[in-house]
Design a protein around this ligand. Structure first.
Ligand code: SF4
Length: 715
């Protein structure tokens, strides 16, 4: 007879087995370390009010029990000794880094007095409201900005996925995402879901096993490359040329969807004439991809129906030619008749916080509490009118310039949540800009380098310490409850916003009603109530919600000015810009800047993720930092040998603007001639190497992923 298991209290405790005897309870929450398209369900094992273990929630259909290394290190994140536990006020000057504690009431009163004073002196537009990470409070912050009277709500979307959305809107009025499970061919363009935005990764592996054809585009080798039938390894910044070259093959060989093009597009003839400039041998010269592979990929994508296109949120738009690049590649979706079709790129508008799941909400009406016409122009509106027409935010990349020039009006204060000045190209320039403000507040979990510049720093709490609504694309929702008490005096971001709203926007009666009433209002069209969701602490299946049908344009047209897909964009034409998705070389490339390329012959591409980091958020987490302690630059062995660089050597990575010291990682992941580096490392901030005005002229997006550099061995 096997002996019965020893369930002594000691063993149950050591084994972290939940139950009355061990005093361990499993409480459900979400991880919000990365972005809202993930936010994996988390089982928190809590004893005596402390999280002692985390696991992925098995019944959560989104992550099905899985979590990544960042989520697995949650305890080191939420209990990190660097967590800010009290409100802090600056002692000394902006750069002193010295603070002293202050009560919440005092802090909120000071903020209200300063911001209202600036509003009286130079107008509400002189105050910007900025949202970095996390993203859960964004609708509330934007509403507060507008109710205060400022058009200047802005966010890290000024360099994130909004650029790709803008490009899709120029073509289609909306964006579609691939239905990976239903496609027979997937064109995966410059994205690596194994390291970032991980939810498609498991689906991709499943469809690979079913024999779905994968075409991968991008300069780097990724975990998907081994499964791809074709890898088009382009030179960074040449996506647009590749897409036009593929379009040339598809059109010349008659493989496009003639009915869709005839009935539902404008500008096709101009586009057809233009793509004749991109026969495969010319496209090969520009992109570095062989003409034969370009033809093979174009034929495979155009003839394998249905075909979906999965693109990264920003890899194709982080170039000085980014918007036209992304327009060119998404034009292939309509050209091949895969727009808003089953298994193609399906249009399912976001329900709440970027997640589409069929639920109709009033998020947009909630956050836009004042029409644009009643407010002054936004930051960047004069430079990027098409951006401001399509993306309902200010263009934050222009902030340092406007702070400095005070033109067309001064920006004197920023109320920031999770701001990271390293997001900006020429990050030192943004840092100097912040120092010129009359008043800066930052709300964060940690005393970051940006928070250190603030006049007031307010302590936010993590997703484990707050309540929030989380939607998942699998028609699943959860209203979380705090699994532990907030650390110290930290508070949920939205509570902070609502307390400020009482002082800054007392006429906004909806905000005065509080968080849950606001959420009930947002969820009104779906007849969902917070009180009902609370009855399902493990999550709630949205069984009765119907997804929008396919080919919605057949009933309502496209939400473009012409009502059709626009190969030639009327919005761009009216803005005095090129209406065609015209290819231009990145402003700094070996072809466009040959003189500079003699001194800086390598192409620098930045911002691809490492699995353990998300921007600068997790560098301080010991388990994660131990996986990749030093800042490294990926360099092909061919380039390393030419420069006498060995694995692990310290090297100086330089552009014409600046230089940083990093370790060399010799790897075939990058092609010869290209250098790849992760961004945001403390002490090795690659964005310092990029000029503040190295941006796409249509969107203002920085050219993070294609410029010129050199690498030299150093000590
Ligand atoms: S950081 Fe990892 S565990 Fe957390 S939400 Fe993102 S993918 Fe999930």
């Amino acid at each position: 007879m096997p002996s019965s298991p020893d369930l002594s209290l000691d063993r149950m405790s050591k084994g972290k087995i939940p139950g009355k005897e061990s005093g361990i309870e499993v409480r459900k929450t979400i991880c919000s370390i990365c972005n809202p398209l993930s936010h994996c369900g988390i089982d928190s094992y809590v004893r005596h009010g402390v999280v002692i273990k985390v696991e992925g929630t098995k019944e959560n259909p989104h992550n099905e029990g899985t979590i990544c290394s960042k989520g697995a290190a949650s305890r080191q994140y939420i209990y990190h000794p660097d967590r800010i536990r009290t409100a802090l006020i600056k002692k000394g000057d902006r750069d002193s880094g010295q603070f002293e504690p202050i009560s919440w009431e005092e802090a909120l009163d000071i903020i209200a007095n300063r911001l209202l004073g600036i509003k009286v002196e130079t107008g509400p537009e002189s105050v910007a409201f900025y949202a970095g990470y996390p993203k859960w409070m964004r609708p509330f912050l934007k509403r507060l900005a507008h109710s205060f009277g400022s058009p200047n709500y802005c966010s890290e979307s000024s360099t994130c996925s909004a650029g790709a959305l803008m490009a899709s809107k120029l073509n289609y009025g909306v964006a579609g995402r691939p239905e990976i499970e239903k496609s027979r061919c997937l064109l995966v363009w410059s994205t690596n879901p194994f390291y970032s935005n991980t939810s498609p990764a498991r689906k991709l592996l499943e469809v690979v096993e079913r024999g779905v054809r994968i075409i991968e585009v991008g300069p780097l080798i990724t975990p998907l490359t081994a499964h791809a039938h074709i890898h088009l390894r382009i030179r960074p910044g040449t996506s647009g040329a590749l897409a036009l070259g593929m379009a040339h093959v598809i059109i010349e060989e008659g493989l496009f969807d003639k009915d869709f093009v005839r009935d539902w597009t404008v500008g096709f003839e101009e586009y057809r004439v233009y793509v004749r400039e991109f026969p495969s041998h010319v496209t090969e010269q520009i992109t570095g991809v062989s003409a034969a592979l370009i033809k093979e990929a174009a034929r495979l994508y155009a003839t394998t129906k249905p075909a979906g296109m999965l693109n990264g949120p920003n890899a194709t738009v982080h170039h000085t030619n980014g918007i036209q690049n992304h327009r060119a590649l998404t034009a292939l979706i309509g050209l091949t008749g895969n727009f808003d079709t089953e298994g193609g790129n399906y249009v399912n508008p976001p329900s709440y916080l970027y997640v589409p799941n069929g639920v109709v909400t009033r998020q947009h009406q909630f956050e836009q509490s004042r029409p644009w016409e009643e407010m002054p122009p936004r930051i960047g509106q004069d430079l990027y009118p098409a951006w401001c027409q399509l993306i309902p935010e200010a263009q934050a990349i222009h902030l340092p310039s406007q702070i400095r020039t005070r033109s067309p009006y001064p920006v004197r204060a920023i109320l920031a949540f999770g701001m990271n000045h390293r997001m900006w190209p020429g990050s030192d320039s943004m840092r100097e800009g912040l120092k010129m403000l009359d008043f800066l507040v930052d709300v964060d979990l940690f005393m970051t380098d940006t928070a250190r510049l603030a006049d007031l720093v307010l302590p936010a709490c993590s997703s484990f310490e707050r309540s929030e609504l989380k939607f998942y694309p699998e028609q699943y929702a959860i209203w979380t409850s705090p699994v532990i008490e907030p650390l110290g005096d930290s508070r949920p971001d939205i509570d902070i916003i609502l307390d400020l709203a009482a002082r800054l926007a007392p006429d906004d009666l909806l905000l005065q009603k509080g968080y849950e009433d606001c959420m009930d209002w947002i969820l009104g069209p779906a007849h969902l109530k917070v009180a009902d969701l609370k009855r399902y602490p493990g999550g709630y299946e949205l069984k009765d919600i119907r997804m929008p049908p396919y080919r919605k344009y057949e009933k309502s047209g496209f939400s473009t000015p012409s009502g059709k897909m626009e190969f030639t964009s009327l919005i761009l034409k009216q803005a005095g810009l090129d209406p065609l998705p015209r290819y231009q070389e990145p402003r700094l490339s070996p072809r466009s800047a040959p003189d500079l390329a003699r001194e800086f012959p390598l192409i620098l591409t930045t911002g691809a993720r490492l699995p353990m980091y998300v921007h600068s958020r997790t560098f301080r987490v010991p388990w994660l930092r131990s996986l990749h302690p030093d800042p490294t630059v990926d360099i092909n062995p061919v380039d390393a040998e030419e420069r006498g660089i060995s694995p692990g050597d310290w090297v100086a990575l330089s552009t014409s603007r600046a230089s940083i010291r990093v370790r060399a990682n010799l790897t075939e992941i990058v092609p010869p001639g290209t250098i790849n580096i992760y961004h945001g490392y403390p002490g090795a901030d690659v964005n310092q190497l990029i000029e503040p005005d190295y941006v796409d002229p249509i969107s203002g997006y920085p050219g993070f992923k294609s410029l010129l550099c050199e690498v030299r061995k150093t000590t």
